[in-house]
Design a protein around this ligand. Structure first.
Ligand code: ARG
Ligand code: ZN
Length: 418
């Protein structure tokens, strides 16, 4: 309702026209338990009265960012309410400034043989697209690039297909970067691409006999905006008629149970669902592409990468209802989590999205399963568990990429070796 929309409204969403980058000097990230009404109300108060910005909610706790100006009063408010909290990030701006290596260092790392990606730094959208084009040019028998749509700001949504061309192949969809600020997502998505292409000859046949359709940056307008103007931008950059606030939460804009719980009709909300299902060019492009592909059960898995929290999530996201094949989903998810743990040692929790996190309708995972009938539909929340949150240093890209690859490999096994 309205009350909730107001709470989710963030003044920091409205800085569109001021083209000065937003600074987060002295802003902190706090972790607050929400196991009773008192704690739940306190979080609501932090949002309304102390301008708190929620980063992540799970079943029993919230990570919320508090600006420097509100820190002291918010601290005594919590103290008076007898609520203990933990400071996860002490000064957000400081973290933002060291998240990526310095420009000169990145340039030294870059191989100039045709593309600019390093997996030791976060790159801009043009460099990522340049890499896809490079692959299509360098490995024309294996890789092809297709533009599946155009964003509000005119960027091409470029999809990479990796395929040996066997007509009997089944397909797996992978996307990254639906949420702008989750930079680790496009980074691991290109890591997966690199791993598949560079090791193609040695790959097991269950990986080679799949048509891989990979969209590394689903929300390039938002990604670019998060790199240039506001590191914490989440939505796309569409204009919302009648409002000064821009952007739609693309993961509330898909057509299965669109408009339900965990979404907002307020354009200023971080979880604004848009004016209709698939109202946005980015989500419409995904819908058009997937429905245009070979009919029947060509797509066996739909995998979408987010951050943060280390979760392997599956439908439903819109409600706490359980799917009839919950056991299959749980098994595939658990096997993938085991593969990750055997690799890096990292722990990923597995479960239905609405239960493990919170109900949120209009997600791509629910649409892939509920509307398109793609059984193995998973959302992965990558690293970490709160030390850095969205501002995960670039030095974690390679390890996260390896974890994501292990996840994808396990999924490919689940869908092909049955
Ligand atoms: N953090 C993701 C989001 O809020 C989780 C999505 C899980 N899937 C879902 N259908 N709710 O978008
Ligand atoms: Zn996300």
């Amino acid at each position: 309702g309205l009350q909730r929309d107001r709470r989710q409204e963030s003044a920091r969403d409205q800085d569109d026209e001021t083209r000065e980058p937003v600074k987060y000097d002295g802003a902190q990230l706090w972790r607050i338990p929400i196991s009773n009404e008192v704690e739940r109300n306190a979080v609501a108060e932090l949002e309304t009265k102390y301008d708190g910005l929620k980063w992540k909610t799970v079943e029993n706790r919230v990570d919320i960012m508090i600006d420097k100006s509100a820190r002291e009063s918010a601290r005594s408010y919590l103290q008076n309410s007898n609520i203990t909290y933990r400071i996860l990030i002490d000064d957000l701006q400081k973290l933002i400034e060291v998240e990526n290596p310095p420009k000169e260092e990145i340039e030294l790392l870059q191989n100039r043989k045709g593309h600019r990606l390093t997996w030791k730094a976060y790159h801009n959208f043009n460099d990522i697209v340049g890499y896809l084009d490079y692959l299509a040019k360098t490995y024309p028998d294996l890789c092809s690039v297709q533009t599946i749509g155009t964003t509000h700001e005119g960027r091409a949504l470029k999809l990479l297909k990796i395929s040996n061309g066997h007509p009997a192949n089944e397909a797996i969809w992978i996307d990254g970067g639906i949420h702008a600020r989750e930079w680790i997502s496009p980074a691991v998505t290109t890591y997966i691409i690199n791993h598949l292409v560079e090791n193609w000859e040695e790959l097991p046949s269950y990986l080679k006999n799949i048509d891989w359709h990979i969209l590394p940056v689903l929300n390039p307008d938002g990604y670019d905006y998060s790199q240039k103007f506001n590191r914490l931008w989440r939505k796309n950059r569409s204009r919302n008629p009648g409002s000064n606030c821009r952007g739609v939460d693309l993961n509330r804009n898909y057509g299965y149970m669109w408009g339900g719980e965990g979404t907002s009709s307020n354009p200023c909300s971080e979880v604004y669902r848009g004016k209709g299902a698939f109202s946005e060019p980015e989500t419409a492009a995904v819908q058009n592409f997937i429905t245009s592909q070979r009919k029947g059960d060509y797509f066996k898995a739909f995998l979408t990468f987010h951050s943060y929290g280390q979760y392997i999530l599956y439908p439903w996201g819109y409600s706490k209802a359980i799917t009839p094949d919950n056991n299959d989903m749980k098994l595939a998810g658990t096997q993938a989590a085991t593969a990750i743990r055997n690799g890096s040692g990292a722990t990923y929790q597995v479960g239905p999205a609405a239960i493990l996190l919170y109900p949120a309708a209009g997600g791509s995972d629910d649409w892939a399963k509920g509307t398109m009938g793609i059984k193995y539909s998973f959302t992965v929340e990558l690293r970490d568990t709160g030390r850095y949150g969205f501002i995960l240093p670039a030095s974690y890209i390679e390890q996260s990429g390896q974890e994501a690859f292990n996840f994808v490999d396990a999924m490919a096994r689940s869908v092909t070796i049955l």
